[in-house]
Design a protein around this ligand. Structure first.
Ligand code: AMP
Ligand code: ZN
Length: 471
């Protein structure tokens, strides 16, 4: 598989450290509010990556943190603590907020068919790890104490700006929001590993440490949680593009300073979901949630389909018009699969199966090109082969796409069977026809069928029974 690596700025062959195994780390949500559908775009695309790696036979171990402390409103070390802000907003404790929004996040994931990572670790559960690593960084001369806080000294590194071919304005979103210089820093790029004397007198969560009562910086959380569960060598690290700087840059700085060698081989970044007015964010403007989409009668899976239709390395503009187009395409897709389900399956032609499957793999092997993978799915539907081949492939592709394709098609068929959503007159005629067939009055049954057809509906006899659909 070829994958774009932000570190080398090119597409590379994906080669793992241990043959057949993948260690994968994902920056989890900051649980001070609901995840918006922008955040979830990143998690959907990372889910596809994980599932595709599994599909190709890798044994994947994926770890995700939950940021429940230390993430300030600016990704630099300024601004308020996001968790504290959330707690104040809702007149709750930080831990209550964390629990509520962690649960809400996983409910959204479930609705979007996003698999829960193998390990999910809240930052507040790893304080001892953070203290251990920070102590070692001080000992090695990579960190210093100033004004009561512990800082990472970026001047000790040969190279700090590892992802700096990005345009500053794409990367430094958080850093520029409300810039305040921290006079304790020796160098502009230095960042906090442990806060004690911060401006948050009312910080709710504090822990004892060798440097006084305090709490960890956001960046150290991900380095430590990754190393705790995946060791000193990591295959692939994921996140949204805004995480590349400063968060991931700082993760690399402190992890490699601590372990003394290269840490992670591939960096996978998902470009943003934007609205017409710019990047969707939790802290500013309208943010759309899965529940909001549901309240407007959108199936969350339609949002997943919408995301898969474009490549993860292109920004994606959200609008209801675009989502409506995805919804229409998805309904058509489900209807086509529903038709297949009601046809005689026929032979499973292995050659046809393999050929069509290779189109799907080729798309995803090429830097996870999900939009081409969807095209490969349409190619299956159009192909001159049996329903058995088509249905087997749809089921196979859906291990990666996770669009619940067969289930959605079955739902359609059972709705059609039960006559749901048919006008009353059609239901009435269908009932009369059923009775006529039971009575073996086939002339009447045919007459009723013609009546139904004349009213714009098709009557089909399938293995599952009579299906009546709009023409
Ligand atoms: P947060 O909860 O703010 O820590 O962000 C969770 C994940 O969502 C991170 O990987 C971010 O990089 C990502 N993210 C934030 N905003 C967007 C967006 N508008 N589009 C796509 N991903 C985003
Ligand atoms: Zn992280």
């Amino acid at each position: 598989m070829q994958i774009y690596n932000t570190l080398t700025r090119k597409k590379e062959e994906f080669v793992t450290i241990t043959e057949g195994k993948v260690s994968m780390y994902t920056c989890g949500p900051t649980v001070y509010h609901y995840a918006h559908i922008g955040n979830l775009r990143s998690y959907i695309m990372e889910d596809v990556l994980e599932k595709y790696l599994r599909y190709t036979g890798y044994d994947v171990k994926r770890v995700m943190n939950i940021t429940d402390v230390g993430h300030l409103t600016s990704d630099g070390d300024t601004g308020d603590d996001k968790m504290l802000k959330g707690a104040k907003r809702e007149h709750k404790t930080v831990m209550e907020i964390a629990k509520f929004y962690t649960d809400a996040f996983f409910e959204d994931c479930k609705k979007l068919n996003i698999k829960v990572p193998d390990v999910v670790e809240p930052a507040t559960g790893c304080i001892d790890e953070f203290i251990k690593v920070i102590s070692a960084l001080i000992e090695k001369g990579y960190a210093y104490l100033a004004g009561g806080n512990v800082y990472f000294d970026t001047s000790k590194l040969e190279k700090y700006y590892v992802f700096n071919d990005f345009k500053e304005e794409d990367l430094a979103v958080g850093v520029r929001e409300g810039v305040e210089e921290d006079a304790n820093k020796r160098n502009k790029a230095d960042f906090v590993l442990w806060f004690t004397k911060s401006k948050f007198d009312d910080q709710e969560l504090k822990w004892e440490s060798p440097w006084g009562l305090g709490y960890p910086g956001w960046h150290i959380e991900c380095s430590c949680i990754s190393m705790k569960h995946l060791g000193e060598y990591l295959d692939i690290h994921c996140g949204g593009i805004d995480n590349a700087f400063p968060h991931h840059t700082n993760e690399i700085a402190q992890s490699e300073a601590y372990i003394g060698h290269k840490w992670c081989n591939y960096w996978f970044h998902v470009l943003h979901l934007n609205t017409n007015s710019g990047k969707m964010s939790k802290s500013s403007g309208e943010f759309l949630t899965v529940s909001l989409l549901e309240s407007k009668n959108y199936d969350p899976i339609v949002y997943r389909f919408f995301c898969l239709q474009s490549h993860y390395r292109k920004s994606l503009v959200f609008s209801y018009e675009n989502l409506d187009n995805a919804a229409a395409a998805f309904s058509k897709l489900a209807a086509k699969i529903a038709q297949l389900l009601s046809q005689p399956a026929g032979e499973l032609d292995r050659e046809a199966y393999d050929k069509l499957r290779s189109g799907f793999s080729a798309a995803l092997d090429n830097d996870l090109n999900t939009s081409l993978a969807i095209t490969a799915l349409y190619d299956v539907l159009k192909a001159d082969t049996t329903p058995a081949v088509k249905l087997a492939l749809i089921e196979d592709f859906d291990k990666v796409l996770s669009l619940s394709l067969i289930a959605k098609a079955k739902e359609l068929n059972s709705k059609a069977d039960s006559g749901e959503e048919l006008p009353e007159e059609i239901k009435e005629l269908a009932e009369q026809r059923k009775q006529a067939r039971k009575d073996k009055n086939f002339a009447l049954a045919d007459e009723l069928r013609d009546k139904i057809t004349a009213m714009g509906y098709i009557v089909e006899e399938t293995r599952q029974g009579t299906v009546i659909k709009k023409k």
